[in-house]
Design a protein. Structure first.
Length: 202
């Protein structure tokens, strides 16, 4: 059986586009190790009012067209067109770190729930109370987000090291290891038929 390494960021639009593919893989009991990158760090987080929102909206339209994933009007109004909204994935990275030891199924389920909060419900990246509520009510995690901050930074460093090792940039990245050979799997090949990813297991 092949092994997989998935490098992602919760707030990466293309990771959201490919999320059904990764979900299909982990639900098929594939051996998947997930690494959150913390692509959008708070130290240099940009605000949507600096022209970022308009640029992201163009990329989102392309991702929606290719993948069929919904990018709602609530998201566009509450996030992309909110001048003070920051592109900052530090809170969701901390949340991912708090469930990481529970395995890929749980971490991917959390990623998808947080993606729904953003792209369907239009929830802010800075809404710590809502992220904490999701962790508690949907995943039984009572720890504060602050406990996940340092592990999230460590995970981000590990992820960057892996990307350098593989000679890759950007996320999402799905690496398959089979018979001591590494393959970079293109999630876009499975956008419209996510369940077909399980053919890689045979």
């Amino acid at each position: 059986m092949p092994r997989f390494t998935y490098l992602y960021d919760t707030y990466c639009g293309w990771c959201y586009a490919g999320a059904p593919v990764i979900s299909a893989l982990v639900e098929a009991d594939a051996e998947v190790t997930m690494h959150h990158r913390l692509l959008f760090a708070p130290d240099h987080a940009q605000r949507m009012g600096m022209g970022l929102g308009a640029m992201i909206e163009q990329h989102d339209a392309r991702a929606e067209q290719l993948s069929g994933q919904p990018f709602s009007e609530l998201y566009r109004e509450n996030i992309l067109r909110a001048p003070e909204e920051k592109l900052d994935s530090s809170l969701t990275a901390a949340a991912a770190a708090l469930v990481h030891d529970q395995g890929a199924k749980v971490e991917m389920a959390l990623a998808r729930r947080l993606q729904k909060a953003r792209w369907e419900e239009g929830r802010s990246a800075q809404d710590a109370d809502y992220i904490t509520e999701i962790l508690r009510e949907d995943f039984g995690v009572d720890a504060p987000l602050s406990e996940g901050q340092e592990p999230a930074l460590n995970m981000a460093r590990e992820t960057e090291t892996l990307m350098h090792q593989y000679g890759l940039s950007g996320v999402p990245i799905l690496i398959m290891e089979r018979d001591d050979t590494l393959y970079n799997v293109a999630l876009s090949d499975y956008y419209r038929q996510p369940d077909e990813i399980v053919t890689l297991l045979s």
